[in-house]
Design a protein around this ligand. Structure first.
Ligand code: MG
Length: 420
């Protein structure tokens, strides 16, 4: 079968073009032709929209010359990423968006002196990379998991971050009941409390006996309030020293936690290893590490039981999968940190489907139920604590813009076309 040139394709489509807008024409071409028959795609623009839900997210769209666009999302270190995305746009326009890994690598190495080791640079790159995968999937008519090598599972287990200031306080009963009713099989609470009246110092987080007693009391209350089979994880947000972390991990051993998260700062890998080797409580870490290189020492030193890459900041879908593969060498399970919209959760689900060592994925929009349910046209994507990986092309969910704009950050633009 001969390949159609772009000129021939457009010529043959001219009668259609007279009656259809470009997106309809693109859809018609997708419907009636095999991928190898289609003209090569070219990136024509890269646009952003910034929202604030659980933190700030930058949504990125990569547009092509055939009416298709892909959408990605970046988070956490997303402040300032819109400016970086617009800077990357100069390189991306005119490129073939199907060369996802090569475009990503060109942008990464070109930023070696501009912060491309982590932070905002890699978070911006993550949003672009995810949009490229969405576009590639739409262009080829395949879900992203298929492009990542296929799936190990159809359903992705989700745990609910309860987002409570005080798990024994007034909101606790209502939230714990809601989490049970939704059918989640795992949940998480935070143990660090800046407002703990027993703290002696605003800066130093070394915990005293009273603070550790409060942590144990919180865990005991939640553990006794949820079904025995529901798993419980606890987060310390990297605020404590190794001495405190070891004491907390030891005292929580009877509760058989799913994990204790970032008990010490994530950059102190020796301390993380020291904590891990001191306790039977599983230790997890990773949401504040970037790229494969960010995980290398952590894994080489056997410093954690579970890793938690955030796909929307670690470098994107392909990089998240590579990090998971690195962890698989040591049979370390992966529980992605995930605080994003249904677009971000479904894109993360494609990675979770494509790796053998997936454990459970986070969901963090418990305080934004209305936005969550209507953010994408497909509606609620979590059923009984699981996301079913979609077979639609690309990520497989589309933003409901009227709803998403409710969270738009004032004074920012909304997927505004770029000039020149
Ligand atoms: Mg955390």
């Amino acid at each position: 079968m001969s390949l159609l040139t772009r000129r021939k394709m457009l010529k043959s489509a001219t009668p259609l073009a007279a009656t259809l807008a470009l997106p309809s024409l693109a859809a018609a071409i997708q419907d009636v032709s095999a991928p190898q028959q289609r003209p090569k795609l070219k990136i024509t623009d890269v646009r952003t929209a910034q929202v604030r839900v659980h933190g700030l997210q930058t949504h990125v769209r990569v547009y092509s010359d055939q009416g298709l666009y892909g959408q990605g999302e970046s988070t956490d270190a997303a402040v300032g990423t819109a400016a970086l995305v617009h800077q990357f746009r100069r390189f991306l326009v005119g490129q073939d968006p199907l060369n996802v890994d090569a475009l990503w690598e060109r942008l990464r190495v070109s930023g070696i002196f501009a912060g491309a080791q982590g932070g905002q640079y890699i978070t911006a790159l993550s949003g672009i990379e995810i949009a490229l995968w969405d576009l590639a999937g739409k262009a080829l008519g395949l879900p992203i998991y298929q492009l990542l090598g296929g799936k190990f599972r159809d359903q992705i287990r989700i745990y609910c971050d309860s987002d409570m200031d005080d798990p024994t306080g007034s909101e606790s009963d209502r939230k714990l009941q809601w989490i049970k009713d939704q059918g989640f099989t795992a949940m998480k609470i935070d143990l660090d409390d800046a407002a703990d009246p027993h703290r002696f110092d605003r800066v130093n987080w070394t915990a005293n006996n009273a603070e550790i007693d409060r942590m144990v009391r919180w865990v005991k209350h939640v553990r006794e309030s949820i079904p025995k089979e529901m798993e419980l994880a606890c987060d310390m947000h990297g605020r404590y020293d190794a001495g405190t972390a070891k004491r907390v991990a030891k005292e929580l051993e009877p509760f058989r936690l799913l994990w204790l998260e970032e008990p010490v700062p994530p950059e102190d890998i020796d301390a993380m290893a020291e904590v891990r080797h001191s306790t039977s409580t599983p230790i997890a870490c990773g949401e504040n590490l970037y790229l494969r290189w960010g995980y290398r020492e952590l894994l080489n030193k056997n410093a954690v039981d579970i890793i938690q890459p955030d796909i929307q900041k670690v470098g994107g879908l392909s990089e998240g999968r590579k990090v998971a593969n690195l962890a698989q060498i040591s049979y370390v399970p992966v529980a992605p940190h995930c605080v994003v919209s249904p677009i971000g959760v479904m894109s993360t689900a494609h990675v979770c489907a494509s790796i053998p060592n997936f454990l459970v994925c986070e969901w963090h929009w418990i305080n934004f139920p209305d936005l969550w349910k209507s953010w994408v046209k497909e509606g609620e994507i979590i059923q009984k604590g699981y996301v079913t990986v979609t077979d639609k092309p690309g990520i497989g969910v589309e933003m409901n813009e009227d709803i998403a704009r409710r969270a738009q950050i004032p004074t920012t633009t909304w997927f505004e076309p770029n000039k020149g």
